[in-house]
Ligand binder design. Structure first.
Ligand code: NI
Length: 189
């Protein structure tokens, strides 16, 4: 089932998300719905708070953009209860966007390598290292489960320049070809 994507300004995007318990009901359905929602919106990553669930789940599929990755192999992976335990290497800049913040793209600087612990969809534990664009998407999605958005990483001047655009998004004054839910619309119900 395709779920509406939560827009900038909704408090759920600011929550520090909670761990998932293996025996907990419905998390597998949530993961399935998240894949469907992500592909429908042509995203390369999606985190549970973006569909309104404050859970430590996110998806990454960088295989979709493998041909732009300069020889890097893409990944398709669900990350459950992830913890980044190390970030190393040089800072590098990459143009990021977010399905919750449509039509805004900005260069964000992050470290190039990460070491991360997580569970997969069978609840098997992994500790793996990633770099390049896959690491970048993981860092962006990991931020989401910590209540952080990519625009938080921008310099104050850039943030001020974006303020009107972000306000408009939170008010629903934005066009997307996927369904979104806006904080203002939610209040009315
Ligand atoms: Ni995002």
């Amino acid at each position: 089932m395709i779920l509406p994507i939560i827009a900038f300004g909704d408090p759920v995007l600011r929550k520090e998300c909670e761990d998932v318990e293996e025996k907990e009901a419905n998390w597998k359905t949530l993961v399935e719905n998240m894949w469907e929602t992500m592909y429908n919106a042509r995203g390369v990553g999606l985190a549970a708070p973006q569909v309104g669930k404050a859970k430590r789940i996110f998806l990454v599929d960088s295989k979709q953009i493998e041909e732009d990755l300069d020889g890097e192999e893409g990944i398709k992976q669900v990350f459950i209860n992830a913890e980044i335990i190390e970030e190393t290497g040089e800072e590098w800049s990459y143009n990021e966007g977010c399905l919750s913040i449509p039509h805004v793209r900005e260069d964000v600087s992050r470290l190039e390598k990460i070491k991360i612990q997580f569970y997969d969809e069978a609840f098997n534990f992994h500790e793996r290292e990633f770099e390049g664009v896959s690491a970048r998407i993981i860092q962006h999605e990991y931020d989401h489960i910590e209540g952080v958005l990519f625009t938080d990483h921008l310099k104050p001047l850039k943030k001020r320049m974006l303020k009107k655009k972000l306000d408009d998004i939170s008010k629903g004054k934005v066009q997307t070809d996927y369904v979104m839910r806006f904080p203002a619309a939610k209040k009315k119900r």
